[in-house]
Design a protein. Structure first.
Length: 175
């Protein structure tokens, strides 16, 4: 019975104007649904008695939920940050960056590494290779999703696995 009460409390919270106004203040806009889902997950993992006691204690549930939202947005150790906001390591075109102080040997080593990376990319499984090329063309997972219809999370996972394969091959190949 307490599960039904807890579910009703959480459902009422998520349909409330105050909660949705709070979520709408989050930037970038495309992450608002993901934030809403993370908050739902956190609240649903709490014990029934805890949620019911917060709901019965005036505005405690609203304050608790706002604190969760703020922690998810601001903390770089939160699950939300780790999944959605963490910067992604990307390859950069070495020819676009010109360091005047860079000596010839360093430049040659970088070019050799770039050639190895391109060779490794060509040897990847066809799907990984094409997704990586699409990512390099589009520049974001959301744009990949728009172009292919594949959920951005799947695009992210594919690119991260492909990058891990490239890093592994670079470490294991002789210089």
């Amino acid at each position: 019975m307490s599960v039904q009460i807890r579910n009703k409390i959480i459902s009422d919270l998520f349909t409330s104007k105050e909660f949705n106004d709070c979520i709408r203040k989050m930037k970038p806009v495309e992450l608002q649904d993901d934030l809403r889902a993370e908050v739902a997950l956190i609240l649903c993992e709490k014990k029934d008695d805890f949620i019911i006691s917060l709901a019965n204690n005036g505005d405690a549930l609203r304050y608790y939920t706002v604190r969760i939202i703020l922690n998810l947005i601001q903390s770089n150790t939160s699950p939300f940050y780790k999944k959605y906001r963490q910067p992604v390591c990307e390859f950069v075109d070495m020819h676009e960056r010109k360091d005047a102080t860079e000596d010839e040997d360093v430049r040659i080593l970088k070019e050799l590494k770039e050639e190895k990376v391109l060779q490794i990319i060509e040897e990847l499984y066809w799907y990984d290779r094409e997704m990586l090329k699409l990512y390099m063309e589009k520049g974001s997972y959301r744009d990949m999703q728009k172009a292919t219809g594949i959920p951005w999370g799947s695009c992210y996972d594919t690119i991260q696995m492909a990058l891990a394969k490239i890093r592994y091959e670079l470490r294991t190949q002789p210089n």
